[in-house]
Design a protein. Structure first.
Ligand SMILES: *Cc1c(COP(=O)(O)O)cnc(C)c1O
Length: 458
């Protein structure tokens, strides 16, 4: 493929991404082509996936370089590898930014993902709370000196813990705090965890902490989905997790709008153990991702980010309202965060059919179980919608009305096909073509007015 010459007026972002793709394309053209096509795809579909966003070009570019070539096991100033001076500077800066943004006593920015952050937190809490000689031995030693027996002890300890969940109240689909308290008194858990990926409401973390204190549990919040709303000070007081929890885990790529990755915030007491996450439970840190986390954390501490976070929530409330005006059933009747959960059963559809029909009409979102879903987690009875990405594009209340009308139109025009036994299919459907193309046209029109990465011309 011939390299495009940047024009005199091309933006720095355009020049950077064109050059990067030319270099990648010279090595393996089909990968460069897929990267280009992915931008085209994201530019031509309304992104309503609640866990996705659009990171800034600065965040994206911080990831694509030779920091990726470094091994940096350990923590700043305490590495198992030589030559980590620049990684130390970057990681220290990211830690400092995370602590000040979230008001945390300690931050650990190495987890590769939200799940990895949870593993580190579980490890830290177990080490502090479970009385076991093998764990004490583990903590006293340098990780490189651990024996096979030490590891076996750790594996047994981690594997022997019982997990249980609490579901929402069946009438309201809301968390029943009295039920949480009752169950906690019965079970007396070591660790009480609050967090969600499809609950469309706020959680009162003060109440959770009171319950944890009453039963002697450590209180952990997984804020993977709503970290951006915490950073943007939408969630304050009882709803602010860092002040109430002993330990908080998160992703950095959802509402926080950073690179794909994870992070742990905790009290000083847990800091030493949390910092040993790598190499105890994580592979080597990803210095290029940590660099991008620092950039994203800096962006999230700017006043504009608070405005952004507020708009995410306003947009979700407006979208929930508009969907209901269009005859769509919204679980809990609204939203207090970035998520709107739709029940598609009244349309005679499964979540899978709704998801596929909407995607064919220019809307990308994902199917999701609703409370007490009888269709299981593959077909589901729901659709999860999120406003972080469209809010990054600049959309507001008027656009939420338009999106609600597009979605309602597609769902109304979609019907399940019949299986050979005459029952409605859970997967196959028909979508009326004029309705599909009208919806697609409206989605494209919106995207034309709110372009993705307008500073980048490929
Ligand atoms: C998304 C999510 C995770 C997982 O994050 P990954 O980076 O995909 O590992 C963990 N917990 C919750 C609540 C999430 O929503």
């Amino acid at each position: 493929m011939k390299a495009q010459t940047p024009t005199a007026t091309a933006s720095p972002e355009t020049i950077a991404f064109r050059a990067a793709l030319d270099v990648v394309g010279a090595a393996l053209p089909e990968v460069a082509d897929s990267i280009r096509q992915e931008l085209a795809d994201q530019r031509s579909h309304l992104k309503l996936i609640a866990s996705e966003n659009f990171a800034s070009p600065a965040v994206l570019l911080a990831m694509g370089n030779w920091l990726s070539d470094k091994y940096a096991e350990g923590s700043p100033g305490h590495r198992f590898y030589a030559g980590c001076d620049n990684v130390d500077a970057i990681e220290s800066r990211a830690v400092e930014l995370a602590k000040s943004l979230f008001g945390a006593q300690h931050a650990y920015v190495q987890p590769h993902s939200g799940i990895d952050a949870n593993l580190v937190a579980f490890w830290a809490v177990l080490t502090h709370r479970v009385e076991a000689p093998e764990l004490e031995r583990l903590n006293a030693k340098d990780v490189r000196d651990l024996s096979a027996e030490d590891w076996e002890g750790l594996r047994r300890k981690l594997g022997s813990q019982k997990m249980m969940g609490i579901t929402v109240e069946p009438q309201t689909n809301l968390i029943d705090y009295d039920e949480v308290r009752k169950r906690a008194r019965e079970e007396r858990p070591l660790l009480l965890i609050a967090g969600y990926s499809s609950y469309p409401r706020r959680i009162n973390f003060r109440t959770f902490r009171e319950i944890a204190d009453e039963v002697g549990a450590t209180f952990m919040v997984d804020m993977a989905h709503f970290a951006g709303l915490v950073a943007g000070k939408v969630y304050t007081g009882d709803f602010e997790p860092v002040r109430h929890a002993h330990i908080v885990t998160t992703t950095t790529h959802k509402t926080l709008r950073g690179p794909r990755g994870g992070m742990v915030l905790c009290d000083a007491e847990l800091a030493g153990t949390v910092d040993r996450g790598c190499p105890l439970v994580l592979g080597g840190p990803l210095p290029h991702i940590i660099a991008a986390k620092a950039v994203a954390l800096h962006e999230a501490s700017q006043p504009e980010f608070a405005t952004y976070a507020r708009r995410i929530v306003d947009n979700a409330a407006a979208l929930a309202e508009a969907l209901q005006s269009n005859g769509v059933t919204v679980v809990t009747g609204g939203s207090e965060n970035h998520i709107v959960l739709v029940d598609v059963r009244p349309f005679g559809l499964t979540g899978r059919q709704g998801e596929a029909a909407l995607r064919s009409a220019g809307v990308t979102l994902n199917r999701n179980v609703i409370p007490y879903d009888t269709n299981g987690s593959w077909y589901t009875s729901g659709l999860r919608l999120g406003t972080p990405a469209v809010t990054t594009l600049g959309m507001a209340a008027a656009e939420m009305q338009e999106i609600a009308a597009i979605i309602a139109g597609v769902l109304r025009a979609t019907a399940p096909t019949k299986t050979t036994s005459g029952k409605p299919s859970l997967a196959n459907y028909t979508l009326d073509e004029p309705a599909r193309s009208q919806a697609e046209g409206r989605a494209r029109d919106l995207l034309g007015r709110f372009p993705l990465y307008p500073e980048i011309e490929l």
